[in-house]
Design a protein around this ligand. Sequence first.
Ligand code: 5AD
Ligand code: SF4
Length: 452
Amino acid sequence: MRGKIQEKSHCYKVFIKTYGCQMNVYDSQRIVDSLLEEGYSPVQRIGEADLVLLNTCHIREKASEKFYSDLGRLRILRESKNSFILGVTGCTAQAEGEEILHRAPVVDFVIGPQTYHRLPRILKELKKGGKVVDIDYAIENKFDYLPLPNKERVNSRGVSAFLTVQEGCDKFCTFCVVPYTRGTEVSRSVEEIIREAEKLISFGVREITLLGQNVNAWHGKGANGCDWSLGKLLFRLAELRGLKRLRYTTSHPCNMDDLLIAAHRDLPMLMPYLHLPIQAGSDRILKLMNRRHSVRDYLLLIERIRRARSDLAFSGDFIVGFPGETDLDFKETLKLVEDVFYASAYSFKYSSRVGTPGSSMIDQVDEDKKDERLQCLQMRLNEQKRQFLESKRGLLTDVLIEKVGRHKGQMIGRSPWLAPVVVETEAAIGTVINVLIQKASTNSFFGAEEIL
Ligand code: 5AD
Ligand code: SF4
């Protein structure tokens, strides 16, 4: 039975499940915020919801499969439970549109990442019956129509916040669906970004992570109409009173310009941790992937950035088993990993995605081979991560206190390199304290506060 949206006086409940990347996490927050004015409040349990939203990811087949299997479970839930409206948003929505309704008639509406500001209107349309699919690349800027976050919601998310400054991609790596799901690159204006950052800070946010699929390709309009680069934006954001830390992700090696590197040199509040994916360590594969740079370019870039800030740690992304990848190519990836030394990295088996050039390339690699390579690479990356965390033992570092720990007197904070730090302190959430790192575990540190 299809859910009915009742009269406005009723307080509706919305449940949203987010798949995929941080950009989707940010979108989910904006979606929920946009529904507050419509009388919805967010709930953590699906069983309580009048409106269920699945904010999907399309990057690899596994992510889409997970979504479809969740839809199967939701169909059963809706049959047993009275009713709720079910909507699909995000990247799979964009890529598959109408097809989702055919595969899963339980779905009431499908909206893409560029049109979710229309959700309140779509919910009203649904009252008349029928289904809605809206996956336009909207001409209007969705951010002009979305309410800024309110204090209560921002506080519920903690002192670290995401802020999307750029969406989409013009690079067209041959494995990637992003240019098709998120469209071409669009940058938000300086004014819009500063306004949102100021709002977040006024509500207690102390760390902002700027987000974009190609964040360092961001080039927004400044007040006098001229184009700003990400480096310039970071210098400007660093002037905002109350803000203590800045980060940005995800970057493409071709867009690391001099000013951005200077920002790492000159801004202590820009955290010394950079996600800079290369994907593979063989020039031949990089070319087939259309990455637009060589291994040597990447290594020289890393050297330049390290010269600007010697304690900067790198993280990356890797794909194993891209079509045509030989054992020799893979060995070159392992060699690159040794040359760079990553603090942390994500690695994936190549997943063929419909509509991307990679999917029609010959020489697709066997699954067994991909498994073998992934295991080998991950072993090496895990070992580097362990060594990296271990190398911080005995170091005095700044930690942003984020939440209360499990035991009495314990707080959990964030190190400059993202890994959490467990520390006994009376410091309040949102303050930055000095901590002596005493121990490293698989993913986090234990430390003691140093009162100078
Ligand atoms: N198969 C496997 N991994 C992929 N990624 C993007 N597209 C694919 C694909 N088709 C990985 C890349 C990217 C990260 C977000 O996901 O490593 O940097
Ligand atoms: Fe997944 Fe990419 Fe969409 Fe993020 S932008 S949700 S990684 S497909």
